[in-house]
Design a protein around this ligand. Structure first.
Ligand SMILES: NC(=O)c1ccc[n+]([C@@H]2O[C@H](COP(=O)([O-])OP(=O)(O)OC[C@H]3O[C@@H](n4cnc5c(N)ncnc54)[C@H](O)[C@@H]3O)[C@@H](O)[C@H]2O)c1
Length: 347
C-alpha cells in the first residue's frame, strides 16, 4: 500500500483525491490545507473549469494538517502529492525529497527552469522519484496521438497545430502574477509546450507574437523551429475576454500517412466536441476510433496510476519525467521573450 499525502486542497487537490479513490494499492493518508473549512471536509467553495462541484466530504481516517512542515515531518507517508500554487512547488518538493518521500507535483514543475533544476538535483540526491503531472498524454485523444507517433504506424511525424484558449478565469486572483502562477503561458499553454516537447523533441528556436498583460503573455501564437526543417509546429493559446468561451483545446497532427484531428470546447458552460478524434488516412478514409471514458477524473486516475507504477517499479516514467516538464517551462520562457523582443529566440 502506497500512502500519499496531498498538499493543497483546492481544485486539483480535490480532483486528485477523487482520482485516488478509483485506484487500488494506494491510500490518501494525509491532507494539508491552510483553509480550515476545507481541512474539515467542506469542499463546497472549490471551483475549477471541469469535473464535479465540491461537496461535503467525510475525511475520517485521514490525518489532516494545517501546516506543511507538520505533514513533511510525518513518517507515515511514502509519497507527497503537491497540488499547491506553482510558486510553492520547488520548495515543498525539495523538502519532501530530502525527507525521503517520492514526489508527484502538479504542473508546471516550477515557475523557472532554475527551480526545476534544483528539484531534479534533489531527486537524484535522495534517489527518489520526482514526477510531474503533465496530464495531457493521459487524456484518451492525446494518448492516441502519442501512440500514433511512437508506434510509427502512420510514418514520420511532420508536426501540427495545437490550440488551448480560455475565457478570463476571474476566480483565480493570482493567475497573472508572474511570481505566483505565471499567467496563461505557464498555467495553460505549458500543457501543449510539454506535449510538443514529448512528441517532437526540443525545438532549436521559437517565434511568438501576442498580447502581454503586465509581465505575462495573455494571448499568443507561436511557431516552434526544429533542426529538422520538415517538422512544422505551431500553437495558439491564452485568454480571451468572452466568458462564453470557458475552455477549448485541440490539435491537428500531421504524419506522413495520416492526419489526426481533435477539438473540444466548453461553450456557454456546455461541453461540446465539435471534432471527436478523427483519423484521415492517405487513401481518403476517415475513421473515428472509439475513445475511453470522457470523464476527466479517469484521465487523472490514469496519470496517478502511472505515478504509483513508477514508485513501485523504481523505473522512471517518460510521461511524468521532470526533465521534460522543466524543458516545457524553458519553452514558455522563450516564447514570452520572443513576444517581448518581437523576434525569433533560440532555445
Ligand atoms: N492538470 C490540470 O489540468 C490542472 C488544472 C488546474 C490546476 N492545475 C495545477 O494545480 C496546482 C494547484 O492549482 P489549483 O487550481 O488547485 O489551485 P487552488 O488555488 O484551487 O488550490 C490551491 C490550494 O492550496 C492551498 N494552499 C496554498 N498554500 C498553502 C500552504 N502553504 N499550506 C497549505 N495549503 C496551502 C490553498 O488554500 C488552496 O486551497 C497548480 O500548479 C496548477 O497549475 C493543474
Amino acid at each position: 500500500m502506497i500512502r500519499v499525502g496531498i498538499a493543497g486542497i483546492g481544485f486539483m487537490g480535490m480532483i486528485h483525491y477523487l482520482a485516488y479513490q478509483k485506484l487500488k494499492g494506494v491510500k490518501v493518508a494525509a491532507l494539508c490545507e491552510q483553509d480550515r473549512k476545507r481541512l474539515e471536509g467542506d469542499w463546497r467553495a472549490i471551483k475549477g473549469n471541469f469535473g464535479p462541484a465540491g461537496t461535503m466530504m467525510d475525511l475520517s481516517g485521514i490525518d489532516t494538517y494545517e501546516n506543511l512542515d507538520e505533514m513533511l515531518a510525518s513518517d507515515k507517508l511514502d509519497m507527497f502529492d503537491i497540488c499547491l500554487p506553482p510558486a510553492a512547488h520547488a520548495q515543498v518538493a525539495i523538502a519532501a525529497l530530502k525527507r525521503g518521500k517520492h514526489v508527484f507535483s502538479e504542473k508546471p514543475i516550477a515557475l523557472t527552469p532554475a527551480d526545476g533544476d534544483r528539484m531534479l538535483k534533489a531527486a537524484r540526491a535522495a534517489d527518489k522519484q520526482l514526477m510531474i503531472g503533465q496530464v495531457l498524454p493521459f487524456f484518451p485523444e492525446y494518448a492516441f496521438a502519442v501512440q500514433a507517433v511512437r508506434g510509427g504506424k502512420y510514418g514520420k511525424l511532420l508536426g501540427g497545430h495545437f490550440k488551448r484558449v480560455i475565457s478570463d478565469p476571474l476566480w483565480l486572483k493570482d493567475f497573472y502574477d508572474p511570481h505566483k502562477v505565471g499567467g496563461p503561458m505557464l498555467d495553460l499553454h505549458v500543457h501543449d509546450a510539454h506535449f510538443i516537447r514529448l512528441l517532437c523533441g526540443m525545438p532549436r528556436a521559437v517565434f511568438s507574437s501576442g498580447r502581454m498583460r503586465g509581465e505575462v503573455a495573455e494571448y499568443f501564437a507561436s511557431q516552434f523551429l526544429f533542426d529538422d526543417p520538415s517538422l512544422v509546429v505551431s500553437v495558439e493559446s491564452g485568454v480571451i475576454h468572452q466568458q462564453g468561451r470557458g475552455f477549448c483545446a485541440g490539435f491537428e497532427i500531421h504524419l506522413e500517412r495520416a492526419t489526426l484531428l481533435y477539438d473540444f470546447a466548453v461553450i456557454g458552460g456546455q461541453a461540446e466536441t465539435p471534432m471527436p478524434l478523427t483519423v484521415l488516412s492517405a487513401d481518403g478514409k476517415v475513421t473515428r476510433p472509439t475513445m475511453k471514458s470522457a470523464d476527466p477524473i479517469d484521465s487523472f486516475a490514469a496519470e496517478l496510476s502511472e505515478a504509483l507504477k513508477t514508485v513501485r517499479s523504481g523505473k522512471p516514467s517518460t510521461l511524468l519525467d521532470g526533465q521534460l516538464a522543466r524543458d516545457a517551462v524553458v519553452l514558455c520562457q522563450k516564447q514570452t521573450a520572443s513576444i517581448q523582443k518581437g523576434r525569433l529566440v533560440t532555445v
